[in-house]
Write a protein that binds this ligand. Structure first.
Ligand code: AMP
Length: 276
């Protein structure tokens, strides 16, 4: 695996990669969810590029940018073992040189749910992914379903701004007890970790209640009964998978989405309703 730590090194390497090129953008602290994206890219592409960049633009003041878990040597080893050809790890000032002031606005699709809680978040995500796509020029972009709204935002951006990459969405990898893998799970103490899988169970209860004909309010009550009392639920809803507009009933190509705090840690999860 080659390491590109500057834009010049990256340009030289990306120019000569055999196509199709698959690209997996990450913020590091890699776990098996990230590696599922790499495995999928390895199966479908001739060359695989992964990036590790903790993007300051998607964190607001007071969020966890400074304490976000970092393990560059561990990440490097995992990516090499998973068969990545190029690891792109740019320094901050390569991505955001002095005077940087342009941004990509994600629009309505990034305004609700995570966007309502973190108003500058999707602008930061769209801007960094937009810039990474220009630098890496992949044929396929691999994203996790785990971050469903982020995936919808990026998919829309790729279409709206005519990027030349196909977006591939990889199913969420979970622990045996249902908790979706996340770099932020490392923040949970033992009690919070024990309570956290109830977020997934509550989404299943919500989905099953809706499937049985319950109203959204009834389904919400059933879900709350399953959720651990330690959880502070921010939202549990059903949305159109493409637009993220809330829906009243269950239907195909929708997501049940949820976010809750377990202590100081905000966890996100979702279920894709592919077909009823
Ligand atoms: P992050 O490093 O958290 O920005 O995530 C990088 C990519 O990995 C994003 O496309 C995420 O959606 C994806 N990802 C994170 N966790 C998981 C998971 N548990 N299963 C599948 N993909 C994931």
């Amino acid at each position: 695996m080659q390491l590109a730590a500057t834009i010049a090194q990256a340009d030289a390497l990306f120019e000569i990669l055999p196509r199709p090129v698959g690209f997996i953008p990450t913020m590091g602290a890699l776990h098996d969810g990230h590696l599922a994206l790499v495995r999928r890219a390895r199966e479908e592409c001739v060359a695989v590029v992964a990036s590790v960049f903790v993007n300051p633009l998607q964190f607001a003041a007071g969020e966890d940018l400074e304490r976000y878990p970092r393990d560059f040597e561990g990440d490097r080893e995992k990516l090499a073992r998973a068969g990545v050809d190029v690891l792109f790890a740019p320094p901050n000032d390569a991505m955001y040189p002095p005077g940087f002031s342009t941004a990509i606005d994600a629009g309505a699709i990034g305004a609700g749910f995570e966007g309502a809680a973190r108003p500058t978040h999707f602008r930061g995500v769209a801007t960094v992914v937009g810039k990474l796509l220009h630098l890496v020029k992949p044929d396929r972009l691999y994203l996790g379903q785990k971050d469903a709204q982020q995936t919808a935002v990026v998919r829309r951006m790729v279409r709206d701004l005519a990027y030349d990459a196909r977006v591939v969405v990889v199913p969420t990898v979970r622990e045996a007890d249902g908790l979706a893998l996340s770099s932020r799970n490392a923040y949970l103490n033992l009690t919070e970790r024990a309570a956290a899988p109830s977020l997934h169970s509550s989404m299943l209860a919500f989905r099953d209640a809706l499937a049985q004909g319950a109203s959204k309010a009834q389904a919400y009550e059933r879900a709350k009964a399953v959720l651990d009392p330690l959880a502070h639920l921010h939202y549990l809803d059903i949305v159109d998978a493409q637009t993220f507009e809330p829906l009243e009933t269950l239907r195909d190509d929708a997501f049940v989405i949820a976010a809750a705090n377990f202590g100081a840690t905000r966890l996100l999860d979702n279920l894709w309703i592919e077909s009823l």
